[in-house]
Design a protein around this ligand. Structure first.
Ligand code: F6P
Length: 364
């Protein structure tokens, strides 16, 4: 049943924070208030939900927060929530807090959490209406062309690589730069191409460690000795590519020592730097548009869906609320995401093919 004016709509952020979550929150609150809902925020994701930690949303605070990374509500990866005990506690809290709707802003695990409590009984005797908005810097979710946070993370990585480029060129060095992305190479590949990297090691291109070493050694020889006569080599490694950077560095150094004795190598792990910072304009708008469609979907009687951005990998047709947004049942999103990560979807296969095609092109 559709959310009614006066119904309490809770919003939570969950899993790894992503720049743009606050902008999504702000839009959910503003649109929800405009539609007559009693919008409340849940602190610290599902952990806070289990403890009944709800707070009023202050639109002024959210206006300020929308320009910032992180999440003003706090986030968590609750270990208790998925357990039988956690689920029972969640049902109790849905009744105790009087929420009729729940909007979850987060990644795959967060959507699985939303799915697990969709439809539980509410205090008014109805079923809990649930919606999801994808937010994860990894871009590892199906049924959305982009997740909130990806664009900002990509820009942060490109800026970091640009800086490393300067010092690498000054010293004629080779840098190995590791970037986040969990099991997905999207961030590493897109930022590597944008920043002019010479090689990108991603989990989607399945290679042995020896093959990866061989590839990097070839790239280095070609770069410093070939016609291009480069003064730097930048190798981007996705977090999920199974190769130990220290071992890779040592092996590569040993292989180039004779012909290129003056070429030093260094490692930079960007780590959580990639997840912070002010959201790009695109991520702010993406958050706003996805939340807007999600809240309107709940008001129209849709439930158990994720609002995704139309484009590669996202099914159509668009929702009437926004020509770029599609609402997909969360169980379908979870299933398609598992297939994406196993390399079984058309998008995953396209990515694998393109990643292989790109390899020799950027190594020139
Ligand atoms: O899913 C987002 C992400 O930043 C991944 O890229 C990374 O593998 C993971 O979260 C890190 O998680 P944590 O902040 O819990 O160390």
């Amino acid at each position: 049943m559709a959310l009614q004016r006066g119904d309490r709509l809770a919003v939570l952020t969950s899993g790894g924070d992503a720049p743009g979550m606050n902008a999504a929150l702000r839009a959910a609150a503003r649109v929800g208030v405009e539609m007559g809902f009693d919008v409340v925020g849940v602190e610290d994701g599902y952990t806070g939900l289990l403890e009944g930690r709800l707070r009023r949303v202050d639109l002024g605070v959210l206006d300020e927060a929308a320009r910032r990374g992180g999440t003003v509500l706090g986030t968590a990866r609750s270990k208790v929530f998925p357990t039988a005990q956690g689920q029972a506690r969640a049902r109790e809290q849905v009744l105790a807090t009087g929420i009729e709707g729940l909007l979850v802003i987060g990644g795959n695990g967060s959507l699985a959490g939303a799915n697990s409590i969709a439809g539980v009984p509410t205090a008014s005797g109805r079923e809990l209406a649930v919606a999801g908005v994808p937010a994860s810097i990894d871009n590892d979710l199906a049924c959305t062309a982009m997740a909130i946070g990806v664009d900002t993370a990509m820009n942060t990585i490109v800026e970091a690589i640009d800086r490393i480029y300067d010092t690498a060129s000054a010293h004629r060095r080779t840098f190995f730069i590791e970037v986040m992305g969990r099991d997905c190479g999207y961030l590493a590949m897109t930022s590597g191409i944008a920043a002019g990297a010479d090689a990108v090691l991603v989990p989607e291109v399945d290679k042995t460690e020896d093959d990866r070493i061989e590839h990097v050694v070839n790239v280095i020889h070609r770069a410093y000795e070939g016609e291009a006569a480069r003064r730097r080599v930048l190798v981007i490694k996705a977090e999920g590519a199974k190769v130990d950077l220290n071992r890779l560095k040592a092996a590569v150094e040993a292989r180039i020592a004779e012909l290129l004795p003056d070429v030093d190598t260094r490692i930079t792990v960007l780590g959580h730097v990639v997840r912070g910072g002010s959201p790009s304009a695109f991520d702010r708008l993406l958050g706003a548009r996805l939340s807007n469609a999600a809240v309107r979907g709940l008001a129209a009687g849709d439930t158990g869906f994720m609002a995704g951005w139309l484009g590669a990998g996202a099914p159509g047709p668009a929702t009437p609320f926004d020509p770029n947004v599609v609402l997909t049942p969360i169980p379908t999103v979870l299933e398609e995401t598992a297939k994406l990560m196993r390399g079984e979807t058309a998008l995953a296969q396209w990515r694998r093919r393109v990643y292989r095609e790109v390899e020799p092109i950027i190594a020139r």
